[in-house]
Design a protein around this ligand. Structure first.
Ligand SMILES: [Fe+2]
Ligand SMILES: [Fe+2]
Length: 505
């Protein structure tokens, strides 16, 4: 009898556990349905068609020579088909990799990426044996690594180096190896370089490196073509080719700002330029909304520390943080950090719905400022995503107190919720900033950590971090980073004891 009872107890226990798990899942799905879903990259049908046509063109250029053999037999046709589909699949893989590395990539940038591949294939065909492959492949790799990241650039380099439309040209193995090494160095460094001066250094050192390596590994062994034409890389040609590479790279650097503005590329150098506090919009923020400017600077510190600790993009978050609240410029006095005296315009209008609209307006107006100042999309994304779909708790509470018939969604920001780790960190920093600033100077580390954890947990519970890809471990590290910044702030606020007569130190 006790055994039967034991079994039935266990059965009931398991069933309750299953029901609870199912209910939890249903609750999670319901909660997810309340916030906007992750936005996919929108590419119009025309852009899709253009991208597809360019890919087809790349495949044709890469393979059509195989059809010019006469007489044509089945094996020729099948090898053409293989090369054609290989080029088409490679272009598709390249697009996928670029989308993966740049979740906010635009159709214009994808078109640039594959047009560069198309022009490389066309120039190989037109100039194949008269120009060094280094001058054809390395400069575009620099543009791609700067604007779309190292992984996209490396993928592009491997496709552009491996697929040769002219099968009659054989490249010397050593030259091919040097090409791959130089292009990979440019792709890897190009993604990290933070100033135009470093870019200039790269455009000098890579050609010197390529010259020395060609001299050592190829030297006087001239590269042969299949038709045994006496040709190219005697020492003179190695020098002139490396010199040409340097010139093409220098021109590429000159043209990068044009690529930035036409294709909306966000290079590290552009990010740093935008982060300049002398930019007109930031100057206006510091003059017209000094409280918001102070809040912004503190958030930059919190967000930077947290991003560094999880290995995110520090330059992106620093610049994004600087612009996240520019929308407050439209009505600075409506935000508490800019209010001087006890007067609060929200109390004067005494209308919670109107107050909620004014809060939402700092996001809408911010996006307008971003468009007017031509801020790149990844920076503009910080403006709506730092507020996500957060509840405007204070005004919701006031409306409930006044017994106004309300829809809770009118008291939530319109979103979307953070779509990247960086925008999520900014949301958390934005939430913790005021609380940390208001904390007692004598508060212990434990108390500060508890405050930070409470704020972060409330965002998590509200589903605001669902699309951000932040792991639990990363959230833990973010809390520690915020605590470190708080310790620094506290340290700064402690008054140093000074001797009475000491008036100069
Ligand atoms: Fe805000
Ligand atoms: Fe803010």
């Amino acid at each position: 009898m006790p055994i039967i009872l034991n079994y039935s107890n266990r059965f009931i226990h398991n069933s309750v556990q299953n029901i609870t798990t199912t209910l939890k899942k249903l609750f999670y799905l319901w909660r997810r349905s309340q916030v906007p879903i992750k936005l996919p990259i929108k590419i119009s049908k025309i852009d899709n068609l253009i991208i597809f046509l360019i890919c087809i063109l790349i495949s044709i250029i890469s393979s059509y020579k195989l059809l010019l053999i006469s007489p044509l037999n089945i094996s020729d046709i099948s090898s053409w088909l293989l090369t054609f589909s290989e080029a088409l699949v490679s272009s598709g893989v390249l697009i996928l990799v670029s989308k993966r590395e740049n979740p906010t990539i635009t159709s214009r940038q994808i078109i640039l990426l594959i047009t560069l591949l198309l022009s490389v294939q066309a120039s190989k065909l037109a100039l194949g044996s008269t120009i060094s492959p280094l001058s054809i492949i390395i400069p575009p790799a620099l543009i791609i690594s700067q604007g779309m990241g190292s992984i996209t650039a490396l993928t592009w380099v491997s496709i552009a180096s491996l697929s040769w439309p002219e099968s009659a040209i054989t490249i010397n193995n050593n030259l091919f190896f040097i090409l791959l090494i130089c292009a990979s160095i440019v792709s890897l460094l190009g993604g990290r370089i933070r100033s135009r001066a470093q870019l200039l250094q790269l455009s000098i050192f890579v050609p010197i490196g390529s010259f020395l390596s060609q001299w050592i590994f190829i030297g006087e062994n001239k590269i042969s073509l299949i038709d045994k034409q006496e040709f190219i890389f005697a020492n003179d040609n190695i020098f002139s080719d490396s010199f040409l590479l340097a010139i093409v790279m220098l021109f590429t650097i000159l043209f990068i700002p044009i690529f930035e503005s036409i294709f909306g590329l966000l290079t590290k150098a552009r990010l740093l330029e935008l982060a300049d506090k002398e930019k007109p919009l930031i100057r206006r923020l510091s003059i017209e909304a000094p409280g918001t400017f102070e809040h912004t600077l503190l958030i930059c510190g919190l967000a930077e520390e947290a991003t560094r600790i999880i290995g995110g993009d520090i330059d992106l978050i620093k610049t994004g943080a600087l612009y996240h609240d520019v929308g407050k410029l439209h009505a600075p006095n409506w935000f508490i950090e800019n209010q001087d005296g006890p007067k609060n315009p929200h109390d004067e209008i005494d209308d919670p719905i109107r107050s909620a609209e004014i809060l939402q307006a700092h996001v809408d107006e911010g996006l307008k400022y971003a468009r007017k100042n031509r801020l790149p999309k990844p920076i503009a994304n910080f403006i709506p995503e730092h507020q996500g779909t957060l509840k405007m708790g204070y005004f919701l509470h006031k409306a409930k107190e006044k017994n106004i018939k309300i829809n809770e969604n009118d008291f939530r920001y319109k979103g979307p919720i953070p779509q990247s780790k960086e925008t999520a960190i900014l949301m958390l920093a934005d939430g913790c900033e005021a609380a940390l600033r208001a904390m007692n100077i004598n508060a212990s580390d434990q108390e500060a950590l508890e405050t930070i954890s409470k704020i972060i947990y409330s965002r998590q519970k509200d589903g605001q971090l669902d699309d951000s890809n932040l792991s639990k471990g990363e959230i833990y590290l973010i809390k520690r980073a915020f605590l470190n910044v708080w310790k620094r702030i506290r340290h700064r606020r402690i008054q140093y004891p000074t001797a009475k007569n000491n008036t100069f130190s």
